[in-house]
Design a protein around this ligand. Structure first.
Ligand code: BES
Ligand code: MN
Ligand code: ZN
Length: 500
């Protein structure tokens, strides 16, 4: 989407737009100077609607006034902003995405937002642009974000401003636009069904990302993986007619830009790319199995983040390592009880073929270390247990290193993607001890998200490592919401991390 920006001082009634969005608080202080401007600027409309209780300003409340008298804007959209004390960038992003997704079919070429006090100009502008672009992706069809609002060009107007530094806002908005479009890219790819996006197709998409962003790419096929001994990954792939891939993208900062951050050495982003997870021989129940087309959400998040990295150009070298397979039952499929030797040399007893994500990640993490990664962050729809623990709000965070953990938390706050940390005490390790091999790939039921993480930790050795379990946050499952489907969770956190 092409996006022009206009920054406006002056009065609400003077804004020329197809729609003027005004955040309205639940506990609006109707005696304040700020409200007086809005009251007179909207010809008393806001006060009237609030008083009638038709609109209360709660998050998710919207009230559209067509052809408001006295306003230059063609429509006035009152957006519930919740309680004033909780007004922040996340709220703004949400009200813009929810609001505009709802009126997606309408062609809005000029979209305005009235800035409320409490969140600074930059943050308001960026969150609004992100929300607007996220709303432009339509999960009901295989549309790209470019067909937004029936128009590929939108002018975003931010009104209600005092004196400001235009250059900086302009620059930050461009960054917000890139990030949000990369989120849409990841959402779109994650939403693709398993018959369309196979591991080979995922690799083609990665090639496209590499070409557009000037990144280096290497794709290993089955033979190459066999040669180096990636049998943890290959064992999972055996049951499917779709051959596996291991995708490696690399971003190098221009030499002039290499600063202090460059000295940290390459950061590797590792994303689980299971294009469909039936469970294999330990087959899943049919209930909601179709959602397992999104078992590649981690891979898509890493691809989205790399797309952003290529455009935003951090000072640090970044690698993406994406193991991709389809997990199927068949006559050739891996059996429970099989033993495989991973790329690291460690042997694994397969006690559950449905615990496939950790197997392919094990080899990918080892490969990332062999490529010289100095920090590892993996992201995966790894365990149902994580969903039991955290629901659909936070992703699980595991980290072997406190500074990496702190940077991830900081990145996640910037992104508005919530993380919650789990423990990695060694006491948990006995759950994945095998009688016949170095370890087994599944533990008992209670604490399953942690056993998965402890399993992965066996493959990172002493490299600082963090793991994000996004099983509960990869999909937004509200059928009535136009934002349903893949969320692209992780794209912005991972991209932000590359700058910290
Ligand atoms: N892809 C699933 C995890 C998942 C579950 C993601 C629900 C999203 C929603 C993963 O491969 C899996 O099947 N995990 C098993 C592990 C178990 C067999 C140890 C699980 O969580 O049940
Ligand atoms: Mn599984
Ligand atoms: Zn899976």
């Amino acid at each position: 989407m092409k996006l022009e920006l206009e920054l406006k001082t002056g009065k609400p009634e003077e804004i020329e737009a197809d729609v003027l969005a005004v955040p309205v608080f639940e506990d609006e202080d109707v005696a304040s100077q700020e409200f007086a401007v809005l009251r007179s600027g909207t010809d008393g409309l806001i006060a009237e609607v609030l008083q009638s209780r038709e609109f209360r300003g709660r998050p998710g409340d919207f009230y559209l006034v067509p052809r408001p008298p006295k306003l230059h804007a063609k429509r006035l959209l009152l957006c519930g902003a919740g309680r004033r004390a909780q007004y922040d960038a996340d709220r703004i992003r949400q009200l813009m995405s929810n609001g505009f997704a709802r009126w997606r079919q309408v062609i809005f070429k000029r979209v305005a937002l009235w800035k409320r006090q409490g969140v600074e100009v930059d943050r308001t502008a960026c969150a609004a642009v992100e929300g607007l672009i996220l709303a432009s992706y339509d999960p009901e069809e295989f549309k790209t974000s470019d067909r937004a609002f029936g128009s590929s060009e939108v002018t975003f107007i931010l009104g209600g401003l005092g004196p400001l530094r235009r250059g900086r806002v302009q620059h930050n908005i461009e960054r917000a636009r890139i990030l949000a479009e990369c989120v849409n890219f990841a959402r779109h790819l994650t939403n693709q069904p398993g018959n369309i996006v196979t591991p080979a197709v995922l690799a083609e998409k990665a090639e496209e990302v590499a070409r557009q962003g000037n990144l280096k790419i290497e794709v290993l096929d089955e033979k190459q993986m066999q040669r180096i001994g990636m049998h943890a990954l290959l064992g999972v792939a055996r049951g499917s007619v779709a051959p596996p891939r291991l995708i490696v993208l690399s971003y190098m900062p221009a030499s002039g830009r290499a600063g202090r951050k460059q000295r940290k050495g390459p950061l590797a982003l590792v994303g689980k790319g299971v294009t469909f997870d039936t469970g294999g021989i330990n087959i899943k129940p049919s209930q909601s199995m179709e959602e397992m087309k999104a078992d590649k959400a981690g891979a898509c998040a890493v691809l989205g983040a790399m797309r952003a990295v290529a455009q935003l150009k951090p000072q640090r070298e970044v690698l993406a390592v994406i193991p991709s397979v389809e997990n199927m039952p068949s006559g050739a499929a891996q059996r429970p009880g099989d033993v495989v030797k991973s790329l690291s040399g460690k042997t694994i007893e397969i006690t559950n073929t449905d615990a496939e994500g950790r197997l392919i990640l094990a080899d990918a993490l080892t490969y990332a270390r062999q490529l010289g990664a100095r920090e590892l962050v993996d992201i995966a729809t790894l365990t149902g247990a994580c969903v039991v623990a955290l629901g659909h709000v936070c992703a699980g965070l595991f980290a072997s290193d406190d500074t990496l953990r702190d940077r991830l938390m900081q990145a996640s706050r910037r992104a508005g993607e919530k993380l919650w940390q789990f423990p990695l005490y060694d006491d948990y390790k006995k759950e994945i001890q095998s009688d016949i091999a170095d370890m087994k790939n599944s533990g008992s039921r209670w604490g399953g998200a942690i056993y998965a993480a402890k399993f992965l930790q066996e493959f990172v050795e002493d490299t600082p490592w963090a793991h994000l379990d996004i099983a509960g946050v990869d999909l937004f499952k509200d059928d009535t919401s136009p934002l349903k489907g893949a969320t692209g969770f992780g794209v912005r956190t991972l991209a932000e991390l590359c700058f910290l």
